[in-house]
Design a protein around this ligand. Structure first.
Ligand SMILES: [Zn+2]
Length: 230
């Protein structure tokens, strides 16, 4: 979508178009608000949630209440978007100890951005109130490891290698001619986060207006700790 086109669409019309995609749009209510991380609290609450996950002292959830009353009836008001890997060890709701209706998540091998991911977060920001997006890679990532190794992969798997490759192209190479996988995991997160915003006029504008924070993080699959990058 060009900026000219966006500017031609009144904000309210855009929100109506976007709201039409939702089975149940956001609606303010005390219950729904309770599931929302306030803008200034996002990073602090994510860190606190990960600390609870690490300690094992996680919140008790009434899943049925969260599903039916808080979000099923009143609609969703997620405040934090997460782009992370499909890896079975990286479930963001558990890692950040969050319940139903708080995180707006895109998962794909190698946590790379593409048009579908961008469009998904545009919807989250424009229609649902997402004010923070975390691009979270992880240690021992098979998709990043395969890209570093330059393996020939069958089927459609070369698609994620192609998406990660430009993110690590500038990394220094070791004696084996390859970059370190941990450096590549960090470089991939930073590059994908940059591209996510750069490829979207809606996200770029929200960021420029101070309505969107984009954070980068690496999850350690052995310790369970999330490290937010500067
Ligand atoms: Zn991975």
């Amino acid at each position: 979508m060009t900026s000219t086109l966006i500017h031609r669409i009144p904000a309210i019309a855009l929100s109506l178009v976007l709201a039409a995609c939702a089975s149940n749009g956001p609606r303010a209510s005390d219950d729904a608000a309770a599931t929302t991380i306030a803008p200034k609290m996002a990073l602090q609450e994510l860190k606190a949630g990960n600390a609870r996950f690490l300690s094992g002292d996680v919140r008790m959830h009434d899943w049925r209440h969260e599903r039916t009353v808080k979000t099923g009836t009143d609609g969703q008001t997620p405040s934090v978007g997460v782009l992370t890997c499909a890896d079975s060890r990286t479930p963001p709701e558990m890692i950040f100890d969050q319940g139903v209706g708080t995180l707006f998540v895109v998962r794909i091998a190698g946590n790379f951005q593409n048009d579908v991911a961008v469009g998904t977060f545009e919807y989250g920001v424009a229609a649902l109130g997402v004010h923070t997006i975390v691009v979270m890679g992880h240690t021992k990532c098979g998709a990043v490891g395969a890209t570093v190794a330059g393996k020939d992969l069958p089927g459609k798997m070369p698609a994620f290698v192609a998406a990660i490759k430009p993110a690590i192209a500038e990394l220094p190479k070791g004696a084996d001619g390859k970059a370190s996988v941990s450096d590549a995991e960090i470089a991939n997160v930073r590059w994908q986060a940059g591209q996510l915003v750069q490829n979207s006029e809606i996200l770029s504008k929200a960021k420029a207006d101070g309505k969107l924070d984009v954070l980068c993080a690496i999850y350690d699959v052995e310790t369970g700790a999330v490290r937010f990058l500067d």
